[in-house]
Design a protein around this ligand. Structure first.
Ligand code: APR
Length: 247
């Protein structure tokens, strides 16, 4: 992480009249949640996502989904925001960023106090009925599953409940279409802690007028970044926020 790059990033943020942020699992590793693709530590190093967290498994083998995949989701709900999440909430409050597009389902931007959050892969706060569409608190699903009601059944229409998380094979929610429009109408996009390996979210940087990427390790879009900062999200955002405030 060079100070020159930090200064360039601070300049781009100050000169921008509308800035969106795109976050991935890398922003939450400092909260104790492993990311997906880091060598040796990433979740998908030891688990095949298609076998435990796909739409097909949810429908074809709910026992496997709720005994394996569902626990991976629940493990993400116990963490607390770290200084990277808190710095973004502060930058929004100060008007330096306009909103966050997140691939994360860990609710940490919410817990950090950010206001405008587009959760393009869903969240681990809710579930919904696949028949009547009723939205329920995730705890309703947890209780039913703990009582061996698998799949969990909707109390209103007896349809099947499922977590409001985008599983492999699912379509992305309307939040993604809104995210595309937000990036297209922004001056700057800041990507933090994502390998940018997963479509269609990894298309978003291509719609950006100016692009900053902050990541530990390479991303699939490094080649189009105006500023590429190699470093940890927490430390980097702390320094950027400090410089934004001091100037
Ligand atoms: N600071 C900065 N970068 C970090 C940090 C950190 N503290 N910790 C890890 N990273 C980097 C990793 O090196 C990696 O390049 O963050 C990136 C995380 O990439 P992935 O694990 O691929 O996660 P993400 O890009 O969010 O995955 C996208 O894939 O599995 C699906 O639905 C899931 O939303 C997820 C999507």
């Amino acid at each position: 992480m060079s100070l020159g790059d930090i200064d360039k990033a601070v300049r781009l943020i100050k000169d921008s009249s509308k800035t969106m942020v795109l976050t991935g699992a890398g922003i939450s590793t400092e909260s104790g949640i492993p990311d997906f693709r880091s060598p040796n530590t990433g979740l998908w190093e030891n688990v095949d996502p298609m076998e435990v967290l796909s739409r097909d498994v949810l429908n074809r083998d709910p026992e496997r989904f709720y005994k394996k995949g569902f626990n991976i989701l629940l493990d993400m709900t116990h963490a607390e925001p770290n200084k990277a999440h808190l710095a973004l909430a502060e930058m929004e409050k100060l008007g330096y960023i306009n909103g966050i597009i997140t691939q994360n389902i860990d609710n940490l931007h919410y817990k950090a106090g950010s206001k405008y959050i587009l959760e393009v892969h869903g969240n681990t706060r809710e579930g919904y009925c696949t028949s009547c569409g009723k939205v329920v608190d995730l705890n309703v699903l947890i209780e039913k599953v703990n009582n061996e009601e698998i799949p969990p059944i909707c109390d209103s229409c007896s349809g099947i409940l499922r977590p409001n998380v985008v599983l492999f094979g699912d379509m992305l929610p309307e939040e993604f279409n809104i995210a595309v429009r937000e990036v297209e109408t922004s001056d700057l996009l800041i990507v933090i802690g994502s390998s940018l390996m997963v479509a269609p979210v990894n298309y978003l940087p291509q719609f950006a007028k100016k692009l900053i990427i902050i990541n530990k390790g390479p991303t699939a879009m490094d080649g189009i970044a105006d500023v590429r900062i190699e470093g940890k999200a927490g430390d980097t955002l702390d320094i950027i926020l400090e410089k934004l405030i001091e100037d």
